[in-house]
Design a protein around this ligand. Structure first.
Ligand code: ADP
Ligand code: AMP
Length: 216
């Protein structure tokens, strides 16, 4: 099954994509995690992406499209995938559709996680992430078992630089201007389902699972 999770920063895409991918036995592909790994490895792509990411802007479409197309061709994506953070613009969605249609592997479901800016802001400023496995926590809403360390691998958790309040404001503005139009794009294509992302993590997960059952 091939699924896209849509929603503003802080909607819970990473949290839910990890669970959904496990449940569907497909790979979780987060464009943000892949870009952060490129940065950590100091590749040319990572260095090019850095200034966009730190200011809350989007990395250019063609760069992200090539990166994600390459990743989706790997053998671990043959059974399907859950995309998180990609596509994020209309040109990215069109580029993705062209590639998947040519391969006769269209997107089965796009789940839009609906959450207001007021709800996502404290989620982002309280987020802690594992730099090793990408797992996310929240100091109040989803704390690790032992403060400051990843439950799974024990690595020290870090705050993302772009979760600082001024960058969060810019990222939300970028979302409204560039990513929100994808809701209509996918609605017109008949693959969109929307879920309320305000509830507890487990409750939101059940809504997403239900939205995926009705497709494919
Ligand atoms: P995104 O990938 O959409 O930016 P994340 O999955 O990283 O969002 O979630 C952002 C933050 O909000 C994290 O700290 C996460 O633990 C927390 N979070 C995710 N879903 C919920 C929820 N339903 N209720 C409360 N906090 C949540
Ligand atoms: P995320 O981890 O999804 O919050 O993404 C973090 C940052 O990485 C974004 O603010 C962008 O700068 C960049 N990024 C991630 N995914 C994309 C994408 N699909 N297109 C452009 N930039 C992206």
């Amino acid at each position: 099954m091939r699924v896209v999770l849509l929603g503003p920063p802080g909607a819970g895409k990473g949290t839910q994509a990890a669970r959904l991918a496990e449940a569907l036995r497909v790979v979780h592909l987060s464009s943000g995690d892949i870009l952060r790994a490129e940065r950590a490895a100091r590749t040319r792509l990572g260095q090019e992406a850095q200034r966009y990411m730190d200011s809350g802007a989007l990395v250019p479409d063609e760069v992200v499209l090539e990166m994600m197309a390459g990743r989706m061709q790997s053998s671990d994506a043959e059974a399907g995938f859950v995309l998180d953070g990609f596509p994020r613009t209309i040109p990215q969605a069109e580029g993705l559709d062209r590639r998947l249609e040519a391969a006769h592997r269209p997107i089965d479901r796009v789940v839009n996680i609906e959450v207001s800016d007021e709800v996502v802001t404290p989620r982002l400023t309280g987020r802690w992430s594992c730099p090793k496995d990408g797992r996310v926590y929240h100091e109040q809403y989803s704390p690790p078992k032992s403060a400051g360390t990843c439950d799974i691998c024990g690595t020290a958790l870090v705050r993302r630089r772009d979760d600082e309040p001024s960058v969060v404001r810019q990222r939300l503005a970028t979302y409204h201007a560039e990513t929100k139009p994808l809701i209509d794009y996918y609605r017109r294509r008949g693959v969109l389902a929307s879920v309320n992302g305000d509830g507890e993590i487990d409750v939101v997960f059940e809504s997403i699972r239900a939205a995926c059952r009705g497709s494919g």
